[in-house]
Design a protein around this ligand. Structure first.
Ligand code: 5RP
Length: 225
């Protein structure tokens, strides 16, 4: 079994009966969905789920989980998701799966947000290995780009085939940017006030715990919010 699957199984420790669980997006989150389904069946648990993206919705339906509509949700007990980068301060970079608005809404609304990843995701600073995703309103993307260009450089993300721009399930475009500002709190705050920015891939001060696995050894990073 690969590390990603083992760490997804470890995250089941945080799941309680009679609860609402948010499902993240990506290969590690998919393992969590698979094992959550197994545990629900084995222990006959009463658990409803909510999906952070079209991709996790498909996974939830594959295992016939009790999927709540996003628009009906008033809160959730637990959100489990992967990440692209994790800093020692428990800042995260997310967004390869496009749906930043939904992912951050679930992460921030959940009573507990657990990040699961293998050790390749550990970085010294956010932006070390990846460009920073920015989800923007589609109709005004050129004006928003002009404002983002004052802080760094980047472009609209293309789809997998490369013949169209990527669109989030909220109907927004995604930029991937490199910024000059290295202080993550300053960068976070300056991006979120740009008109047309719907959400950014920097998750600052949101996660409660990161479960990180390296060849079977598990490290838990905690944030005292
Ligand atoms: C999606 C994400 C994913 O959690 C992130 O890309 C990690 O994916 P994987 O588990 O496949 O490495 O942020 O928007």
């Amino acid at each position: 079994m690969e590390d990603k699957e083992k760490i997804a199984i470890k995250a089941l420790d945080y799941v309680e009966n009679n609860s609402v669980v948010g499902l993240g997006t990506g290969s590690t989150a998919n393992y969590f969905i698979k094992h959550l389904s197994r545990r629900i069946d084995q222990e006959n648990l009463n658990i409803s789920v909510v999906a952070s993206s079209t991709a996790s919705e498909i996974e939830a339906n594959k295992y016939s989980l009790n999927l709540l509509g996003f628009d009906t949700l008033e809160g959730l007990d637990l959100y489990v998701d992967g990440a692209d980068e994790i800093s020692p301060q428990l800042d995260l970079l997310k967004g390869k799966g496009y749906d930043l608005v939904k992912e951050k809404l679930l992460a921030q609304s959940a009573d507990k947000f657990i990040v699961i990843a293998d050790s390749s995701k550990k970085v010294k600073f956010i932006g070390e290995n990846n460009l920073i995703p920015i989800e923007v309103l589609k109709d005004s993307w050129r004006l928003t780009k002009n404002l983002l260009d004052q802080l760094g450089n980047g472009d609209l993300r293309k789809n997998a085939k490369g013949d169209a721009y990527s669109i989030s399930s909220a109907g927004n475009y995604i930029f991937d940017y490199k910024f000059k500002e290295k202080n993550i709190k300053l960068l976070h705050d300056s991006l979120l006030v740009i008109p047309g920015v719907a959400e950014i891939g920097i998750f600052h001060n949101i996660a409660d715990n990161a479960l990180i696995i390296n060849n079977g050894d598990i490290e838990i990073i905690s944030l005292n919010k």
